[in-house]
Ligand binder design. Structure first.
Ligand code: 5RP
Length: 295
């Protein structure tokens, strides 16, 4: 009978200490294993960055240009994204369950573009997020908006629910039309979201002092692409954001409304993960777009 207590014939390698590495994402070292594992399905552990493909716009805008047929136009792009950001309705109806990247579910909603946008409620329960194997739940936060306190409470309630099960919470800072989109505002909004428990924060890039926005936020920041701009400029925006401290992009319209969406998301990857210059990425975009024809 084998002697379970004897070291003889066993391979303990006592001289090699067990690894005790810091987790690769800013501000995330003290999170639990499941949450870290989910974050590693959003952020690439090698680069520490992410290319999230955002196409949740329909939750308040309806069939946005470029998203009329998610099955035909977005599904082919999914293989180039680290993570998809979308609604549960679009996930269930249009995304093949064989997709293995991260899923970030839109978890707030209510008003459409016809109404006051800041009046959102939590629109997703954590049980359904778990059922859909979500890595994160995303909630809009309207700092300075008419319903600021309500949207902040949406965030904190979602953090409480999501933390219970090791799901990440993405706070999306929404800037009202009449508000200044400057570093001062972004510092305020991102910091409030992080202080109140968001696992990571999505915001907009600002030309001046974006590095102070990233530095003042103790958890990772990803940037939205915003309205469609020329492809060369969108690649420049992504490059400046990551150079100044963003952990990646959560880009929608500047990918799916690009002349060549598949070439564009691949070019964005090269900037975000490969650190190549935007001019080089734009050359790649043109070559790849010309090769691929319509897409
Ligand atoms: C909607 C969102 C969108 O996901 C976000 O705006 C990203 O898309 P885009 O790059 O098109 O701005 O959070 O509120």
């Amino acid at each position: 009978m084998a002697d379970a207590d004897s070291a003889a014939g066993k391979n303990y390698r006592s001289e090699i200490p067990a690894p005790n590495e810091a987790y690769f994402l800013k501000g995330s070292n003290n999170l639990d294993w499941g949450l870290k594992n989910r974050l590693a399905n959003i952020f690439n552990p090698d680069s520490g960055r992410t290319v999230m493909l955002a196409f949740d716009h329909g939750y308040f805008m309806g069939p946005t240009s470029g998203l009329e047929r998610v099955d035909l136009d977005i599904v082919p792009l999914a293989r180039y994204a680290d993570t998809l950001m979308l609604t549960r309705g679009m996930l269930r109806s249009s995304i093949p369950p064989s997709y293995t990247g991260g899923i970030v579910l839109r978890a707030s909603g209510g008003p459409s573009i016809l109404k006051e946008l800041s009046d959102e409620e939590i629109a997703l329960g954590v049980e359904d997020a778990i059922r859909l194997n979500a890595a994160a739940m995303a909630v809009q936060v309207f700092i300075g908006g008419e319903h600021e306190t309500k949207s902040v409470h949406n965030l904190t309630r979602l953090v409480d629910q999501a933390n219970r099960y090791g799901i990440a919470t993405l706070a999306v800072t929404a800037v009202g039309r009449d508000m200044a989109r400057d570093a001062k505002y972004m510092r305020l909004a991102t910091r409030i979201c992080a202080e109140l428990g968001a696992t990571y924060v999505k915001t907009y890039y600002v030309e001046d002092d974006f590095d102070t926005v990233a530095a003042g936020c103790p958890v990772p920041i990803v940037i939205a692409g915003g309205k469609k701009i020329p492809e060369r400029d969108a690649l420049g925006l992504a490059a400046r954001a990551v150079a100044e401290g963003a952990a990646g992009v959560d880009m929608g319209r500047n990918i799916f409304q690009a002349g060549h969406p598949s070439a564009m998301i691949q070019a964005v990857r090269k900037v975000v993960h490969g650190g190549i210059e935007p001019a080089e990425a734009y050359e790649f975009y043109l070559r790849q777009g010309a090769d691929s024809g319509a897409n």
